[in-house]
Design a protein around this ligand. Structure first.
Ligand code: S3P
Ligand code: PEP
Length: 439
């Protein structure tokens, strides 16, 4: 079988991790009850849901049937403001384990710094290697009391929650946009007006716009007069929109869209399209630049293989760091080299993704130049079979799945690590792709 003739179908995407964890937090802080439809059921959102329950918020998961099958929906009974932690029986801080979920650790740090109670936020060993200093520095400017029990600048964190008033704050956004998102979400609930100035070169910028859009959807006023400055009135309340549909995950969409660009046939992903709030919807435009045919609709994207073979290119993918990993493995199927630039913060995520990617791509025969903030990939004449290590990084597992389209196939070690954001990924992927060994 021609390995390039193998994909066809429709994918009803699981909910976006980024939107799900923001929606859970905003619903918990809001007045009123919110039904979150198309909830992502994965480790990252389970950590957020468990943490909210431990904080005394009622969070009920139930099953609903939708186009695309049974989905979880989550009902959150909002607390109408910042948290008031239940006291622990032994007068110890309330310990919240947040796995390796950046979208739980960073926003909860900001919310709990301004809440009542003593908290210990911790996670998996890798979470304790991922920086959080710029967020803590910003919160301390507002009077927050946060200690580092182990290493300065990294979780675990001991948070002595206290009423913060708001005010002027500068925050460095050069390592992660999540610090800015976390800070912004808490500011409307403080009594006084805040003004936030972003410093450093901002990374992953679309995630900040996503945060602002969702804060507004939950009733907060956010002024964004200049790219690096926000003004947020104090004394606001978040209001439940009652029902909130969580878009499909645009990063998860990338594996299916790339599969169609490589293997032929057409794949349509439902749940993300031109109307999407997620920056990763731009991923398919990169595929188009490489030669794929792309059709954007308001809530879906379809990709087919182009007439000409895929070609490499030189891309600055700072705005789509997660989907950018999928371009790295797609590059193996393109003519000529591909450069992915301005991705230093790959090094700060589930693993040092720049180094992990370089190491594993070399195993299949690619020639790799690994720079401090970029990777240049020259595909081999023939992709070799290899055992791909995944470094407990869901995206390493999912983007290397594309190598199943080579005659040599691929072995992916610990594929279950995709439970962080997409527990059923391999079932969904194999169902759509007629692979050489699965004609
Ligand atoms: O705010 C978010 O939901 C996210 C922001 C990005 O992180 P950085 O801002 O750290 O690049 C992204 O990689 C992560 O998966 C989700
Ligand atoms: C970087 C990621 O996760 P986190 O939200 O933990 O930063 C990711 O999902 O690729």
């Amino acid at each position: 079988m021609d390995y390039r003739s193998g994909c066809q179908g429709e994918v009803f995407l699981p909910g976006s991790k980024s939107i799900a964890n923001r929606a859970l937090l905003l619903s918990a802080l809001a007045e009123g009850t919110t039904v979150l439809e198309n909830m992502l059921d994965s480790n990252d959102t389970q950590h957020m849901r468990a943490a909210l329950r431990a904080l005394g918020i009622e969070v009920i998961d139930r099953v609903s049937t939708q186009e695309g099958g049974a989905r979880t929906e989550t009902v959150v009974v909002g607390g109408g403001g910042l948290f008031n932690a239940p006291t622990t029986s032994n007068e110890q801080p309330l310990a919240l384990f947040l796995g390796n979920a950046g979208t739980a650790m960073r926003p909860l740090t900001a919310a709990l710094a301004a809440s009542q109670g003593e908290f210990l936020l911790h996670g998996e060993p890798r979470m304790h290697e991922r920086p959080i200093g710029p967020l803590i520095d910003a919160l301390r400017q507002l009077g927050a009391e946060i200690d580092y029990p182990e290493q300065d600048g990294y979780p675990p964190l001991q948070i002595h929650g206290r009423a913060l008033t708001g005010g002027q704050v500068r925050i460095d956004g050069s390592l992660s946009s999540q610090f800015i998102s976390a800070l912004l979400m808490v500011l409307p609930l403080l009594p006084q007006r805040s003004e936030v100035v972003l410093t450093g070169t901002i990374v992953s910028a679309p995630y900040i716009a996503l945060t602002v859009a969702m804060m507004r959807h939950f009733g907060a006023q956010v002024e964004w007069p200049e790219p690096h400055r926000f003004v947020i009135a104090g004394g606001q309340v978040y209001r439940s929109p009652q029902q909130y549909w969580i878009e499909g995950d645009a990063s998860s969409a990338s594996y299916f869209l790339a599969a169609a660009a490589i293997a032929g046939g057409t794949i349509t992903v439902h749940g993300v399209g031109t109307e999407s709030l997620q920056g990763d919807k731009e991923f398919a435009k990169v595929l188009a630049q490489m030669g794929a045919e792309v059709d954007y609709q308001p809530r879906s994207i379809a990709v087919s293989r182009g007439v000409q073979p895929l070609r490499g290119g030189d891309f600055d993918l700072n705005e789509i760091p997660d989907a950018a990993m999928t371009i790295a493995t797609t590059a193996l199927f393109a003519k000529g080299p591909t450069a992915i630039r301005n991705i230093y913060n790959w090094r700060l995520k589930e693993t040092d993704r720049l180094h992990a990617m370089a190491t594993e791509l070399q195993k299949v025969g690619a020639e790799i130049t690994e720079l401090e903030d970029a990777i240049i990939i020259t595909p081999p004449l023939e992709i070799q079979h290899a055992e791909i290590a995944t470094y407990d990084d869901h995206r390493m597992a999912m983007c290397f799945a594309l190598l199943a389209f080579t005659p040599a196939g691929v072995t992916i070690l610990d594929p279950d690590c995709c439970r962080k954001t997409y527990p059923h990924f391999f079932q969904d992927f194999l169902a759509l792709c007629r692979l050489p060994q699965n004609p």
